[in-house]
Structures are given as C-alpha cells and as structure tokens.
Design a protein around this ligand. Structure first.
Ligand code: SAM
Length: 280
C-alpha cells in the first residue's frame, strides 16, 4: 500500500512537474506507487532532508537528474526474455510475416537492446531479416547508446544461451557474438537493419506502417490513462493485421482498444490489429 502523506504527495507532484518543465521528461502519469518508490530510493541515498530539497537539487544539478532518470526509467532487460514468448512468435507471427514483401518492426522501450538483438536473430534464422527494418526506440539516451554498441557482459551469455535454446533456437548462440575479455560483441550483420532512435511514448508521435510492435515491460509503469494513450499510438502505427506484443504482466483487454485487437496468444500477450494484412 502507498502510505504517502498528503504533504508528501504534493511534494512528489511538484518534483515531477519540475522535471517536466526543466528537462521535458514527463513522468506525471506514470503509476504513482512505482514512481514514488524510485524517487524515495534515490532520496534515501542523497543525504537530502526533504523531497522539496531534492527538487531544488534536481533543478540545479543536471548530473543528479541524470542519475534519477536511470532510476525512473527502469532499464532491466535480457536476451530472449521469457523464452516461451519468442517461441510463440516463431509459431504464430512468423508465418504471417513470411507473406509480406517487406517487414517493419518497432521495439518501443528497447532499453539497452538485448531484446532487439534477440528479434534480429530470430528473424535472421527464419530468413526474414534481409527484408526487415527494425526501429528500436527508448526515452533514455544512455541505454540507447549501449544498445547501438551491442556490447554486453560476457557473464550473461550463459543465461542468454539457455534462453535462446528454450526459445526454439537451434544454431550455436556463440556464433552471434565475439567474446573479447569480459564482453560479448554482437555480430555486425545483426545491426545492419536496425535504426536506433530516441522516442518518448508519452509525448512523441506515431511510427507509421508497422507489421509488428513489441513493447514489453514498459506499460506496467504507466497509469491506465497513459496506457490508453500508448495503445492509441500503437493502433495508429500498425498496419491492419499487424501484431502487438506486450509484457507478461500487461494486457490490452481492459482498454477501450480491446475490441480493435484479436487474441493471437493471450498467455504470451500477442495481439493482432483487426483486419486483413494489406500487401504493400
Ligand atoms: C524494463 S525496460 C524493458 C526493456 C525490454 N522491453 C524488455 O522487456 O526487456 C523498460 C524500458 O522502457 C523505457 N521507457 C520508460 N518510459 C518510456 C517512455 N515514456 N517512452 C519510451 N520508453 C520508455 C525505459 O527507459 C526502459 O528502457
């Protein structure tokens, strides 16, 4: 339960307003309990006495803001996260994408790119990558830089190899990266059809004509109203018959867009915009 006092609530709201006005990042409609927890986490390490003091520091110290930004955007991710999801993509989405002459994929909230490289590998194995353009976007430029580089910790590769196999991968996962010291550098061939760019789901516009939108573990941090805005954005950005994929704890079913999408695999949160795919 969120036991924030009335005064604290005002302080939190003012702090989010200050961030928006000063830096343009709009967290005002993120889920309140989660955003307050993250602010408290940074506050408790800051040595500051009140949230109002923290607001003053944020306004005057950009570096302090950038540290808080990392807390607020929650960048946890991994390759082939939820392997059963990727397995289901192979089974249900890939056969439909194979009917398309050209494929556009949007990874919204891609964090440091592990999920994007996973999709590139999957599409490559299905013979589709050469005809695909992947737009990988995030609000946080620091994680996007990491995504562009495609360099990950070698320590994670054992888990990622297991995820890859559980996701139906049959090649040797090690062929997709070069190990150097304590890093794994993703193969350049996987990067060539990916465009990385910053995009804020709260304030920015549609990305048109997508065949597949993957936005997992992002909406969970948004209020219902904000989720509604983003579903509208996705609806407009998808071609008829295009696919929308959400995270395991997210659903479109309570939204006003519910009837505009059919279930492809509700368990894996794969939906399809109503209507037949229009060929280009
Ligand atoms: C928990 S990560 C999920 C990463 C990946 N999709 C996955 O499921 O592994 C959430 C990502 O959403 C991004 N994010 C948060 N708010 C956003 C916004 N308003 N617009 C775009 N991306 C946002 C964060 O920066 C973060 O990288």
């Amino acid at each position: 339960m969120d036991e924030t006092s009335e005064n604290e609530k005002i302080e939190f709201d003012l702090l989010l307003q200050a961030i928006y006005q000063k830096y343009g990042y709009d967290f005002r409609n993120y889920s309140k309990a989660s955003i307050r927890r993250r602010i408290r986490h940074r506050f408790s390490r800051s040595g500051l006495k009140t949230i109002s003091e923290m607001q003053h520091k944020l306004l005057n110290d950009k570096q302090f803001f950038e540290v808080l930004l990392l807390d607020l955007t929650v960048n946890v991710t991994e390759m082939f996260r939820d392997p059963s999801f990727f397995k289901m993509i192979r089974k249900t989405v890939i056969p439909e994408l194979k009917k398309q002459p050209f494929i556009r994929v949007w990874h919204a909230g891609c964090s440091s790119g592990e999920e994007v490289y996973s999709t590139a590998i999957l599409l490559n194995e299905e013979g589709l990558y050469k005809n695909t353009l992947i737009y990988a976007t995030d609000v946080n430029e620091a994680v996007l830089d990491k995504a562009k580089k495609g360099i990950f910790s070698i320590d994670r590769m054992k888990d990622y190899t297991r995820n890859y196999r559980n996701a139906g991968g049959i090649a040797s996962f090690a062929d997709y990266y070069t190990a150097r010291y304590d890093h794994a550098i993703m193969d350049n061939s996987l990067k060539k059809n990916i465009v990385f760019s910053d995009h804020n789901l709260v304030t920015d516009d549609v990305f048109g004509e997508m065949n597949l939108i993957i936005c997992r573990n992002v909406l969970i941090y948004f209020s219902c109203d904000l989720q509604e805005r983003v579903f509208g954005l996705f609806w407009e950005s998808l071609r008829s018959g295009g696919f929308l994929c959400l995270g395991s704890k997210e659903t479109i079913r309570f939204s006003t867009y519910s009837d505009d999408f059919e279930n492809v695999a509700e368990g894996e949160k794969i939906y399809r915009k109503n209507g037949k795919i229009t060929l280009i």
